[in-house]
Ligand binder design. Sequence first.
Ligand SMILES: *[C@@H]1O[C@H](CO)[C@@H](O)[C@H](O)[C@H]1NC(C)=O
Length: 268
Amino acid sequence: MSYSHQNMGSGLFLLFICPIFTVGSRSARGYEFGRTYVVRPKGKHQATIVWLHGLGDNGSSLSQLLESLPLPNIKWICPTAPSRPVSLLGGFPCTAWFDVGEISEDLHDDIEGLDASAAHIANLLSTEPSDVKVGIGGFSMGAAVALYSTTCYALGRYGTGHPYTINLRATVGLSGWLPGWRSLRSKIESSNEAARRAASIPIILAHGTSDDVVPYRFGEKSAHSLAMAGFRQVVFKPYEGLGHYTVPKEMEEVVHWLASRLGLEGSS
Ligand SMILES: *[C@@H]1O[C@H](CO)[C@@H](O)[C@H](O)[C@H]1NC(C)=O
């Protein structure tokens, strides 16, 4: 994603430069997802991670970055979000996992869009062999979907109530936020099964302290809300001075965390 931004008075105005898409016809389910790119494991296949791009990006640009990581036992699946009108961009069409308005404290969650993306991802993971551990990671809006999927996993159902059947083993959220954070705790606390799953899934969140797109406090608040709801294995990594992007040091930390949490071969 390329964008320029300027501070104008109190508000932050973002100008996203999206490729112009022809908005395709909608599928029966309502959303038409873009191309999915797969990075095959160079070694023994032990884990599969779906990695989700940010607003306006695509799975292709990510697969190149992931291919370069020293994680030979991971298969990466990089889907592309549907192209859809985005409220934040005044209705301009862009690849987006769900509709999003201005990132603020009272951000309205597009549960229908979140559910459609979470279901698309679950579907991509549903055919993995049973001895392969599966996880979800993402950046920015992709991190929001990764965290939303994690709450669906813990609750055992999507926002609409349909059962969520993927056995998630790890979640990575970079520079993102947690949709539905207000009601998460009461939902998790109402079921022993949900509390048990929440307590057992490892989650790593990282956020730049100088993020001018998704403010740092959203990352902090997300980690706090997860912990308060009973997610006991949440790691939160602040990155001093980092804006809305990732840096090699952060990716190294993610690599190390994934290798140890997923028990990958050759990791200490
Ligand atoms: C994917 O996004 C990158 C920018 O992140 C762009 O350069 C590239 O053309 C896009 N590829 C496709 C297939 O849309």
